[in-house]
Write a protein of this length. Structure first.
Lengths: 478, 638
């Protein structure tokens, strides 16, 4: 144990997170966060370890110590009989960097960081995750990447997935355009998973005709866990960016919960469908584009199994179209029984220019809100209709109620997903005012956000308990 | 020295980690049922484990070892007992408070200091036994003790943790686990390193077991409690013998481990004598000798190349003869190499590894041996080792041979050894350090209030030593005391004594000894609860059955499911109520007195007692009849 060098009074943040009696106790015994201590309580029990920072949300009664046997315990401040500092070692949050090897025979891939943690190392004392991001850090954490491609990285911003927004979307589209200009063979975007499919959708509109794959990747289990999906996702995403034939905006995440393969989902057709499962992302109303696996099925063979035939192929001579438009006054309204028309009037009054309705069934809302919708549309709001069922089409001509809505000027978007419709409407309204142009743009698919046909296996929700599904799962879903 | 050991002279020291499943309704961090075992599965999941970087950016030793093995991990799932939490697809739910309460009770019984605020930590395991790659665990109490052999045995701490998967098979690069047990709450009781003989280890296991049973909060049966025994000798290091299933097995295991360490220290001396004092001084050279051995008439060597594998000869400089250095009565240092190669390089085809020194035992192989020795350029003091299998694994094996010899230069490697039948052990993994533990950021801390502890203390059952003292004061044999406490009979015993006022010794013998005999005879004794015993002892204290008839009645109650009264009647041992047989005795005395057949009071008493006992056989307790007559006759004027 090292002798304390810095007196407690000169250490910054030595009561990190501690308040009230717990803080008073630390001060009383001249100890603080990262102090190596011997604490004895009122029953004579001795605790030897390091004082940890306290979570801001925890109470103000306990002092947390990481014992030298690895366990943590909280000691009630008023039970501390004596405490002695025997050393002090502040945590250093640093990942060892190793130069990422360059191999002229390998493809070049750029990883753009948005803030999601893909690779990281763990602070053993606090359990905190320290992100690895620079090529050197990534190489230190996932050395297998060097066998796949030459990797360059750029940190665009450090925001949580839920804080991604128009500003970040635009910056990301522009950065992608710049990398394509530089001639990279593929682009990987590191992203938190909560709004990953939203980003997939908007990038599909902002970056069109890409000559190379644009692969968005993240992890459902953070990489500080031995069972994390992060390393495998990252390897597969880099592989996809470097070698995959499909030159679209895609999400690369676990296919099954097993460490088996990743699915490549089209940016416009994908959704997070489970709050925590590894294989949370599902392509909806279509099949995924392809699978990608760490090892080829046969030695020397392809790492990819292509599922969809309708794909945009890689072509480095093609020029991309970068169009970072975004209208922020757009909303999604999820219809439910007893939906109050005031909401629509209110949004209209606040100047909202676009509204995506997630309607029931084939795209319905009830009659009492018709007048409000009519008023909003007359005032210039674009109202589009999608379906809450996620699978299936908005077919508003089937019932009278739907026909009435069509008469009001609501635009049905077939099987466009709710969030994709939101991103597209924001993107369209960011560049068009004329209702005819807007309607034309919204209903003309750019990259399969509307599928004219739903394939017979496009509605495949794996549900346990059915014998035929269980048989399928056991065979294909390991 | 291979079979006898002066424990004190070699400084043998042991400590225990006793694992005990708690009897809760649900698992520790999810709502799955606990204790529902299944032998079939309806789903499979495949995973791999990847070590996470430690604070210094380096991998923990065990983690690295487990990563080297590159195991494919398969989990067998049954929807009855596993959910998405255990498979690490759903974060933990709040910790099961029933399990926390049970752990606190165990701590209180061992006079421990309860932790004020419980924090969940993660303990990394990369062998796949837990799908997350770590076990969630928390210290509940510290600083306790148990009265043991006239001194205090320190209980360092008690933690509550998740139980792991059950291994189905482990072959090559694939390990298969069943997940039914996974996530069940388990306590770990850690003693101080204070046990000085194998016998003390056994007794301490028994004591810990009885203490846990006494809380009435733990599971019993196969696998419900397992212990790890830490053993070291002076100058050695801590070796953990994992999975000791029974107290009795510990004696030989600890003894043999003491011998192993003693002999490994001797081996270190020999290595030092030969100039190998540092880990770096061990040099190995692997050679691909597939071509030489291909034609050999040895089945295992012929098979390797035909399966696409290789045969490697790994030369180790200067260690001639050391592979055969004995470690235990039937094992040598070669077994140490073999264990590491099997686990880490995944080469598990027998004989796993051969020493060049042993090869001459294969007759008629001179030409091949000659070529081998030439290829590896063997010198007089060198030895070489043959391994076979996939090339990558052979190279891993070569490195493990180097590492094991390197460890030998330092003494005894800290490792976990698996207990095998016959008192032997085999390498399981390198012993993990505290570096593999870190806080679980998914779980909030749980404060434990003084009121909660007080409530739990109030309902605490008597600890085993208190019961043993009480029972032994009634002259119950110690072994019977232990049996009663271990099998739950003590709870019944205390209850029936309180309710019926039956003599303690009589009841203890009935519940603690007769039950055992009945069980051996196949009687379903588990049907004998406190209620049944109370019926039986009520009859006894009312003088309605003789003491000798208890086993018969109890067996009948258990087997036929009838009341004690009916069982006694059926057995023909039901006695008349006291008033009724008193009348009969009174009648007899009258007759006898008037008959005038006796002259002296003594003769008269003997005569009447004989007749009364005879006539009232099975209807009245002989002792009471005799006593009654004695009193009655002394009252009668002669
Ligand atoms: Zn569960």
């Amino acid at each position: 144990m090292s002798a304390p060098e810095t007196p407690i009074s000169e250490r910054s943040d030595c009561f990190q997170g501690y308040r009230g009696p717990a803080r008073d106790a630390l001060a009383k015994f001249s100890i603080g966060v990262w102090s190596e201590v011997e604490i004895v309580n009122d029953q004579g029990s001795a605790f030897v370890g390091v004082i940890l920072p306290r979570s801001e949300t925890a109470d103000d009664q306990h002092v947390v110590i990481k014992l030298f046997n690895g366990y943590n315990v909280g000691i009630r401040a008023d039970r501390i009989a004596s405490a002695k500092e025997t050393g002090y070692k502040k945590a250093v949050y640093k990942i060892p960097e190793k130069a990422f090897p360059f191999d002229p025979k390998k493809k070049s891939v750029t990883l753009l960081g948005t803030g999601g943690t893909i690779a990281s190392r763990l602070d053993y004392r606090t359990g905190a995750v320290i992100p690895a991001f620079t090529p050197g850090e990534l190489y230190g954490a996932v050395p297998e990447l060097a066998d796949i491609a030459n990797l360059d990285t750029q940190k665009l911003f450090g925001v949580f997935s839920e804080n991604m927004g128009p500003e970040q979307y635009k910056a990301l589209a522009i950065a992608i355009g710049r990398e394509i200009e530089k001639g990279v063979d593929g682009i990987v975007v590191g992203h938190g998973t909560d709004t990953m499919s939203h980003t997939g959708a908007i990038l599909s509109f902002m970056v069109q005709n890409s000559p190379v794959p644009i692969v968005i990747v993240g992890s459902q289990r953070s990489s500080d866990r031995p069972s994390s999906d992060a390393a495998l996702n990252l390897m597969n995403a880099v592989r996809t960016a470097a070698e995959c034939e499909i030159s679209e905006v895609m999400l690369c995440m676990f296919g099954p919960t097993s460490d088996n393969y990743d699915l490549l989902h089209r940016g416009t057709r994908c959704r997070k469908m489970h709050s925590s499962y590894r294989s949370t992302f599902r392509t909806i109303g279509a099949t995924p584009l392809a699978t990608v696996s760490r090892y080829p099925k046969v030695p020397g063979g392809s790492h990819f199994t292509y599922i969809s035939q309708e794909i945009l192929r890689r072509d480095k001579t093609r020029k991309p179209v970068i169009n970072p438009s975004f209208e922020e006054k757009v909303t999604i309204q999820y219809y439910y029984p007893n939906f109050n028309p005031d909401i629509i009037d209110g949004l209209s009054a606040m100047g909202y220019r676009g509204m995506v309705i997630a309607g029931t069934g084939l795209g319905h809302v009830n009659k009492p809100i018709y007048p409000a919708l009519k008023r909003a549309i007359q005032k210039g709001m674009t109202v589009v209709m999608t379906v809450q069922t996620l699978w299936g089409f908005a077919q508003m001509y089937v019932y009278d109620t739907g026909r009435d809505l069509l008469d009001l000027g609501i635009i049905p978007l077939d099987n466009m997903l709710i969030e994709t419709a939101y991103m597209k409407l924001a993107w369209v309204l960011g560049q068009a005012d004329d209702p005819t142009t807007i309607r034309e743009m919204m209903t003309t698919p750019i990259n399969h956000e509307i599928e004219s046909r739903e394939p017979h296996n496009g509605y495949l929700i794996l549900q346990g308990g059915l014998p035929e599904v269980d048989a399928f799962v056991q065979k294909h879903w390991k | 020295m291979l079979d006898r050991l002066d424990y004190e002279a070699v400084g043998l020291i042991s400590g225990l980690e006793v694992h005990q499943q708690l009897r809760t309704k649900h698992k520790l961090f999810c709502r799955c049922p606990a204790g529902l075992y299944t032998e079939t599965h309806d789903g499979e999941v495949l995973r791999h484990m990847r070590p996470t970087l430690s604070e210094l950016g380096e991998y923990d030793g065990t983690a690295l070892m487990e990563f080297k093995t590159k195991k494919e991990i398969v989990y067998l799932l049954n929807h009855l007992n596993v959910c998405t939490y255990e498979m690490d697809d759903t974060p933990p739910f709040l910790v099961n408070q029933e399990a926390i309460d049970a752990s606190i009770e165990l701590c209180l019984m061992m006079n421990m200091d309860i932790i004020d605020e419980i924090h969940i930590a993660r303990k990394q395991y990369l062998d796949g036994s837990i799908p997350t790659g770590f076990q969630r665990t928390a210290i509940i109490g510290v600083n306790g003790s148990l009265p043991f052999h006239g001194r205090d045995l320190t209980i360092t701490h008690v933690s509550v943790e998740e139980d792991s998967c059950r291994e189905v098979r482990d072959k090559g690069h694939q390990i298969v686990w069943r997940t039914d047990r996974l996530g069940m709450p388990l306590t770990e009781t850690v003693t101080g390193p204070e046990l000085r003989t194998p016998q003390e280890v056994r007794d301490a296991i028994l004591l810990c077991g009885m203490t846990a049973r006494s809380t009435q909060r733990v599971r019993t049966g196969i696998g419900a409690s397992r212990q790890d025994v830490n053993v070291s000798v002076r100058g050695g290091d801590r070796v953990e013998i994992k999975g000791v299933p029974r107290a009795g097995y510990a004696v030989k295991l600890v003894h043999n481990e003491g011998i192993r360490q003693y002999n490994l220290l001797k081996l270190r001396e020999e290595l030092h004598r030969r100039g190998f004092t540092t880990r770096e001084s061990i040099r190995v050279h692997p050679f691909d000798v597939s071509d030489i051995c291909a034609g050999a008439d040895l089945g295992f060597l012929r098979q390797a190349p035909s399966n696409g594998g290789k045969i490697f000869a790994v030369k180790v400089e200067g260690v001639a003869g050391l592979a055969l250095h004995p470690t235990q009565p039937d094992t040598t240092f070669l077994d140490e190499l073999s264990g590491r190669i099997r686990v880490i390089a995944c080469l598990d085809e027998a004989p796993i590894v051969l020493s060049g020194a042993l090869l001459p035992e294969f007759p008629g192989k001179h030409r091949m041996l000659e070529r081998l020795r030439k290829r590896v350029r063997i010198k007089e003091n060198d030895d070489y080792f043959i391994v076979f299998g996939p090339e990558e694994d052979c190279r891993t094996a070569a490195d493990e041979i180097r590492l094991r010899f390197a460890d030998a230069t330092q003494g005894i490697p800290k490792e976990t050894r698996q207990a095998l039948v016959g008192g032997f052990t085999t390498f399981e993994r390198i012993l993990p350090g505290p570096d593999r533990m870190y806080p679980d950021t998914d779980s909030p801390p749980t404060p434990v209030t003084e009121a909660r502890v007080a409530t739990l203390r109030a309902r605490l059952r008597p600890p085993p030593w208190e019961r043993i003292e009480r029972y032994m004061s009634w002259r119950v044999p110690e072994e019977t005391c232990h049996y009663l406490i271990r099998r739950g009979g003590a709870e019944i015993l205390d209850a029936v004594i309180e309710k019926t006022g039956v003599d303690g010794l009589v009841a203890a013998i009935a519940i603690g000894q007769h039950t055992r005999a009945m069980k051996r005879a196949g009687v379903p004794v588990e049907r004998l609860g406190a209620g049944e015993w109370m019926q039986i002892f009520d009859l006894l204290t009312d003088g309605r059955i003789p003491r000798e008839s208890i086993p018969v009645i109890a067996a009948s109650v258990a087997k036929d499911g009838v009341s004690a009264e009916a069982a006694a009647a059926a057995a023909g041992v039901a006695m008349e109520p006291r008033e009724r047989w008193l009348e009969s005795v009174d009648r007899l005395t009258m007759d006898g007195y008037l008959a005038g057949k006796t002259d002296t009071p003594g003769k008269r008493l003997r005569f009447l007692t004989g007749r009364a006992v005879d006539q009232l056989l099975g209807k009245a307790p002989a002792k009471d009849v005799a006593e009654y007559l004695r009193q009655k006759l002394t009252e009668v004027p002669s």
